[in-house]
Design a binder for this molecule. Structure first.
Ligand code: ADP
Ligand code: MG
Length: 372
């Protein structure tokens, strides 16, 4: 059974549709991420699940029971916010135990849970400190401990790592995920950070302007983005999106003679991930290198084809001066194709519709040019 079912939730703030008729289910024990840009309705959705906000319409079911109008306490959920909301005058122990005291859990039980949870999140030696004497990561763990100690099976988290520096954030991602698995918690986690979503989620619900743009596993979103928005939101650098047009022999990259297939090009956008673009010795499509960004394990090359920008990711170090002419290609199985107007993915995503699956010219030059 799904732990949480959301049915056609809408939330209006005056004329603003913060959430616009969304539905989804969260399976018990799973880690589900609500992902999307700032203002797309993630926090509002989470607050509706928590009971901190009432939806304008729609229903929320928790463990099969209608909880749409239930008070937060009745829902048996815990929440972790971006601002950890620790009490500055209370030490770590008191901060963690606060909720249990309010709920009048007896002393023996409180101490048993505290010992276990403190051990779990690595705070056993810091129980007497005040929040001001803790690092950002340690404060974050106190907030987590407070959620875990409640032993509520469902935990809602709103950008809980965004105040931490990059290195700590990455460590906490791994810790949090391990903890969620060990405790078999059901987690709904809000973030605008696609890398965080990709690395943590069992399922990602990608939101845009109050609606669900795409829902699926991280690999699904990465490998088969349903829309241009999903294609450009997930992955860094983002997927290259090249506008096509009709040329004399078939689809060409708009503004250039570069043929990419013998089907129609107008109204279509070709997508190719930076790591799937190859630099060829000969053949392929001519492009101009603009800049290189060496990152250690790989280099991200910025290039242009006609007036359209293209990112290329190659392993190791790639050195070339700005303005160097290069030739590029790709294998047809890595192509994505979108309808320019609706933004939706076109089926038969490899190759162009109405043609062989392989855009003939590029497939040929790629195999001749060889794989680097
Ligand atoms: P996110 O968490 O994805 O950044 P929010 O859910 O916080 O987005 O906000 C979604 C939309 O609802 C935004 O346009 C925001 O300005 C608006 N909004 C959120 N809370 C309120 C509120 N209490 N009153 C009025 N508008 C709000
Ligand atoms: Mg938010």
């Amino acid at each position: 059974m799904a732990a949480i079912e959301v049915e056609e939730i809408t939330k209006l703030w005056g004329a603003t549709r913060a959430v616009d008729g969304i539905s989804f289910a969260v399976e018990e024990g799973s880690f589900v991420v609500l992902l999307g840009p700032s203002g797309c309705g993630k926090s509002t959705t989470l607050r509706i699940l928590a009971g901190l906000e009432e939806p304008s319409s729609g229903r929320v079911r928790i463990d099969g029971r209608d909880m749409t109008r239930a008070a937060p306490a009745e829902r048996r959920l815990s929440m972790v916010f971006q601002s950890y909301a620790l009490f500055p005058h209370l030490d770590v122990r008191e901060n963690i135990l606060f909720g249990l005291k309010v709920r009048k859990v007896d002393r023996g039980e409180r101490e048993r849970r505290l010992a276990r949870v403190a051990e779990l999140v690595g705070l056993s030696d810091l129980l007497d400190r005040k929040p001001a004497q803790l690092s950002g990561g340690q404060r974050q763990r106190v907030a987590l401990a407070r959620a875990i100690i409640s032993e509520h099976p469902i935990c809602l988290m709103d950008e809980p790592l965004s105040n931490l520096d990059a290195k700590l954030r990455q460590e906490m991602r791994i810790e949090l995920r391990a903890l969620q698995r060990r405790l078999a918690m059901t987690v709904v986690y809000v973030t605008h950070d696609q890398a965080e979503a990709m690395s943590m989620a069992d399922r990602i619900i990608l939101m845009r302007a109050g609606r669900i743009e795409q829902e699926g596993g991280p690999d699904e979103l990465y490998e088969r983005p349903a829309t241009l928005f999903a294609a450009s939101f997930v992955g860094t650098p983002p997927m290259n999106l090249l506008t096509l047009e009709d040329g004399p022999e078939g689809a060409v990259i708009a503004g250039t003679p570069a043929v990419v297939g013998n089907g129609p090009g107008r109204g279509r956008v070709l997508g190719i991930r930076p790591e799937h673009v190859r630099i060829l010795a000969e053949g392929g499509i001519p492009a101009e290198l603009l800049a290189t960004d060496y990152l250690g394990a790989d280099t991200v090359i910025s290039a242009r084809i006609g007036s359209q920008h293209l990112g290329i990711r190659v392993a190791g170090r790639f050195r070339a001066a700005s303005g160097t002419p290069i030739r590029i290609g790709w294998s047809p199985e890595h192509l994505h194709l979108f309808d320019a107007r609706s933004g939706r993915r076109l089926s038969g995503s490899v190759g162009l519709p109405g043609t062989d699956p392989a855009p003939a010219r590029i497939a040929a030059t790629t195999s001749k040019g060889g794989r680097p």
